[in-house]
Design a protein around this ligand. Structure first.
Ligand SMILES: *Cc1c(COP(=O)(O)O)cnc(C)c1O
Length: 394
């Protein structure tokens, strides 16, 4: 099919919720090909979902084997892979349990329902959330999101969210009332333009919430799953003395957890692991054997190929290259680390377009930021190629 024919199909038949650019036909590792046959370097990777890049053999194997056995039976039954994946996530996180769903937004819905159930007896239902945050596109998660554009036109929103400035401990402290059930924060704000939570901010939230008897929730949908070099971003951010005893109460996961296949999850620490009891929450397809098989293959490959170390090194190399470029090119700021790095430019949308024409895909974010969200197995050569394309085109 020609690009203009494909565009015509979308114009006629697809609800235009996205402004799309080029038409992609297939991918391999860190590269994709457009339908005219041009090869592009993919530093967007499905917006931080393709943890192993495109067409990874471990994922193909898991998909094929599991599809020939059983894709889905519903949560009315036990299946081995859901149990094994839950165990794996708990071992990579902290002692606790896991609830499975299909998307990041659903994982955040689970966090919000957990907070309300936990606060029920004390009349606590409000969740303190951050400005510039992003938590999804469902009604509850747009209500939580700290970006007015996402919420616009959907009133009445779900009540019970209080927005405060990010990285402002005093503001969180002042916002806590007898109605507060939880504080929800991203380790690194992704859609908001790559803003890293400070060590002090996260560890103060932990202290304040513990004292108030309310929950500390982290949205790790984008920054989790080894994107920062650790399974959960707080392990990369909160270190040294700060880290002593640091553990959030519950965490949402999605995106990279499925390596491109839809899966979401909530990890919740042991103390609160049974708050959502039978009948309080559910999903038909969440934690189905196919999704769990793929996710297990992703996590096993990350471990086997030491990709946490790889992405940390790749991020360092990329940051060094970007710092060099920033001396002569219009890069205003470089933020983030490892597999989540953003550059602030003059005109984000125009630069994104220019880079696409030059063969580099990047993910846009708020505030004229372009994000590098590479596969965790990205190579040094691919990082160098990205720098080269930027050098030639910025
Ligand atoms: C992408 C994202 C979500 C929403 O995930 P979906 O799978 O699109 O529902 C939620 N929170 C953060 C931080 C995200 O980056």
């Amino acid at each position: 099919m020609k690009e203009n024919e494909l565009q015509h199909l979308y114009t006629e038949y697809v609800v235009p919720t996205y402004r799309r650019s080029i038409a992609i036909s297939h991918g391999q590792g860190s590269f994709v090909w457009d339908i005219a046959g041009s090869k592009l370097l993919d530093m967007c990777q499905g917006v931080a979902t393709n943890a192993l890049g495109h067409a990874h053999p471990a994922i193909m194997r898991a998909l094929n084997n599991q599809a020939s056995m059983m894709m889905h039976v519903s949560n009315l039954y036990y299946t081995e892979l859901q149990g094994l994946l839950a165990e794996k996530i708990v071992k990579l996180s902290h002692p606790g349990k896991v609830f499975f769903c299909n998307t990041g937004a659903e994982a955040n819905e689970a966090l919000i329902k957990l907070a309300r159930r936990h606060g029920l007896e004390k009349g606590r239902y409000e969740v303190i959330v951050m400005d510039a945050s992003f938590h999804g596109r469902t009604m509850a998660t747009i209500s939580a999101t700290g970006n007015a554009k996402v919420r616009e036109g959907f009133d009445p929103l779900l009540p019970g969210f209080v927005h405060v400035p990010f990285n402002d401990t005093k503001a969180v402290e002042n916002a806590i009332t007898p109605r507060t059930a939880a504080v929800l924060v991203e380790g690194i704000q992704g859609e908001g333009g790559i803003h890293v939570a400070s060590e002090a901010f996260l560890s103060e939230i932990r202290k304040i919430t513990r004292q108030a008897g309310i929950l500390m929730l982290m949205d790790e949908v984008q920054c989790g799953c080894f994107r920062t070099g650790s399974f959960l971003s707080h392990k990369s951010i909160v270190q040294g003395n700060w880290a002593r005893g640091f553990q959030p109460d519950a965490v949402s996961l999605g995106k990279s957890l499925g390596g491109g296949y839809p899966i979401g999850a909530m990890w919740v620490r042991s103390d609160y692991a049974d708050v959502l009891s039978p009948g309080t929450h559910g999903t038909t397809l969440g934690g189905n054997p196919l999704a769990c098989a793929v996710s297990l293959a992703v996590l096993e490959t990350i471990e086997k190929e030491a990709l946490a170390t790889n992405i940390t090194r790749a991020g360092r190399r990329l940051t060094q290259g970007l710092n060099r470029l920033a001396r002569s090119r219009p890069i205003k700021e470089i933020r983030g680390f490892a597999g989540m790095i953003g550059i602030q430019v003059e005109d984000g949308p125009a630069t994104k377009k220019t880079l696409e024409k030059a063969g580099l895909l990047m993910a846009p974010a708020a505030g004229n930021v372009l994000r590098f969200l590479p596969a965790l197995n990205v190579s040094e050569d691919e990082i160098d190629l990205a720098i080269h394309i930027l050098q030639e085109n910025l």
